[in-house]
Design a protein around this ligand. Structure first.
Ligand code: 1PR
Length: 553
């Protein structure tokens, strides 16, 4: 028995499955609207999710004949909620797409975040705090909660406030932006409520119920002051592959070797089996993971894409896990067993439709970067990073880096960019460079990590997943020198990965590097620590983290 029906605009951009799952979890039925005649006239509650490029979304609205019917819908007084680029579309335009006219409810243009002092896109958990006490509890927004944002362009609060909108704002390193806004029957959030855990589900529920103000609990103003700003993200990563029995399991390598070694292990030489992917992902979500990443560490290239086991894992996981999901491994141009050519963009689209928010590209990013330099640093326009970010936005594209440290006695010994290391090599070498690998570390390439990350940033990648083969599975802490070296080379966010063994390692990487996020795997899979242990430890040491105390709606 459903509570009611929610109509959702389907412009076929991004991960709509998670939004549908969130609406169903709240007890509502979903009806999709791909064109106005699909039921816009009968809709009483309309959601307008938008992902990716402003111009792309607006042109889809015009191409499908939605702009005037949407204006008429809004004028009729029926409820509408814009999400992410759906909020942006209510403005008159965006510097992201000069000359493209938005719906124009707010006579203002969106501006890009200033990336001279911080990473852009703005990816992660930030506030949405109302500006006036009487607006406390706006659609159950809470000052102490954090919401998941992923955008490069921001709406300033001044014009909406002047035009009579109620505004909840966020602040990203000194730049304020509209986190949520409402006026009469129109509500909109820059953040993704379907990806903001319980806090986001509460906001979505309040809108669907039409509860404009729900003072579930008054927030203390000091929380408001303390709580502002982007949190440090703690991500749980699941390396996934088939074991020798053909079951898809969560595994974990040390220096990327995932087979049991010790005679005492349950089955020496077997693929380490650390659990079922969907169960493990849900466990980490409930422990407070800010994101969950699946890395498909063996390609399923010989399996028809539509049957790829990872798709079912994503579909199942997105039914109960309401934080961002990233999928990596095998995102490349492929040839199906029946000989059909499938582009990396099509592969990514299948994953987005199955519940992924970001796709991660490893080997093909290295090969594309090599070709980029061979062409004299000229973009081809056809790399997976360029094609997927053009269609879905930079924020949907992660590049996963698998570097190996190479010691040299001086810069003169190599053409590659070296660092002076505090950890001398086996023969006392004081310098090192980081060599790129493909195929999960199995093949070394004549490319260094700095070359790779600078090239893929130009190709439109929105984030770097920075692994480290030498540190993987060692529980010895992150490679701080590698992280700072990469952070100094790019403006896009970086996720530190490999080597975490205890909460102190997360504090160390956030205090000694400028990383935007940090990832753990083995220490969680072996149940040595919970994600919550890490976040509580960081919070106790003064770092701003998302602490979703209650996990019940
Ligand atoms: O090359 O585009 O098909 O992508 C392959 C993907 O699979 C890449 O993201 C690559 O990093 C990953 N991968 C391939 N082989 C392995 C392996 O382990 N044999 N996993 C592998 C890489 C890195 C992290 C790991 C951290 C944290 N694993 O996923 O979890 O190092 O571990 P820790 O906290 O236990 O130290 P493509």
């Amino acid at each position: 028995m459903t509570v009611g029906t929610v109509h959702v605009l389907d412009l076929e951009s991004g991960n709509l499955r998670s939004l549908s799952n969130a609406i169903k979890k709240l007890g509502y039925e979903v009806k999709w609207i791909k064109k106005p005649s699909d039921g816009l006239d009968e809709a009483e509650i309309l959601l307008f999710p938008g992902v990716g490029n402003f111009g792309h979304v607006i042109s889809e609205l015009w191409n499908r004949g939605f702009v005037e019917p949407l204006r008429a819908y809004i004028a009729s007084g029926r409820r509408i909620m814009g999400i992410c680029v759906g909020l942006q579309a209510f403005f008159s335009g965006s510097t992201e797409s000069p000359g493209v006219q938005g719906i124009g409810l707010v006579p203002a243009e969106l501006q890009k975040f200033n990336d001279s002092t911080k990473s852009v896109p703005h990816i992660g958990w930030n506030s949405a705090s109302v500006t006036k006490p009487e607006d406390e509890g706006l659609y159950d927004l809470r000052a102490e909660s954090k919401y998941y944002y992923v955008h490069s362009y921001r709406a300033d609060t001044e014009v909406p406030l002047r035009e009579g909108w109620t505004v909840a704002f966020g602040n990203y390193n000194g730049e304020e932006f509209v986190g949520a806004m409402c006026k009469d029957n129109v509500f909109a959030t820059q953040f993704h409520p379907e990806k903001s855990g319980v806090a986001g589900l509460r906001v979505l529920r309040a809108f669907l119920q039409g509860t404009r103000i729900s003072k579930a609990q008054a927030s203390q103003t000091d929380t408001l002051k303390k709580n502002l700003g982007l949190t440090k993200r703690v991500i749980a990563c699941l390396d996934v592959r088939t074991n020798d029995e053909g079951d898809l399991v969560v595994t974990k390598g040390d220096q990327y070797d995932v087979r049991e070694k010790t005679a005492t292990a349950t089955a020496e030489g077997q693929v380490r089996n650390l659990g079922k992917p969907v169960e493990v992902a849900e466990r980490y979500y409930l422990q407070g993971a800010d994101e969950v990443t699946f890395l498909n560490i063996t390609s399923f290239r010989n399996c028809p894409l539509v049957d790829t086991p990872m798709l079912e894992i994503l579909r199942k996981t997105s039914e109960t896990v309401f934080v961002p999901l990233t999928i990596g491994g095998g995102i490349r141009d492929i040839i199906d067993p029946d000989g059909t050519k499938i582009s990396a963009l099509d592969v990514a689209s299948v994953y987005f439709r199955s519940g992924a928010d970001k796709v991660s590209i490893g080997s093909d990013a290295v090969l594309a970067a090599e070709q980029f330099y061979k062409r004299g640093e000229v973009l081809s326009g056809e790399t997976p990073m360029e094609m997927i970010s053009r269609a879905y936005g930079a924020q949907a594209v992660v590049v996963s880096v698998d570097p190996k440290r190479v010691y040299v006695s001086s810069q003169e010994c190599t053409k590659h960019h070296v660092i002076k290391t505090s950890y001398p090599g086996p023969n006392g070498e004081e310098y090192a460079w980081y060599q790129c690998t493909i195929k999960g570390g199995r093949e070394l390439r004549d490319l260094d990590v700095r070359q790779l990350v600078m090239a893929v940033e130009k190709m439109g990648a929105g984030e770097i997943l920075l692994n480290c083969i030498d540190k993987d599975g060692t529980n010895s802490g992150f490679d701080l020198e590698l992280i700072n070296d990469v952070k100094s080379a790019v403006k896009i966010p970086v996720i530190a990965s490999s080597g975490a063994g205890k909460p102190e390692h997360f504090l160390e990487v956030f205090e000694k590097t400028t990383t935007n996020a940090a990832l753990g795997a083995g220490m969680f899979h072996r149940n040595e620590y919970k994600v919550a242990d890490v976040k509580n430890y960081l919070s106790q040491h003064g770092l701003l983290v998302r602490n979703e105390s209650e996990l019940v709606l």
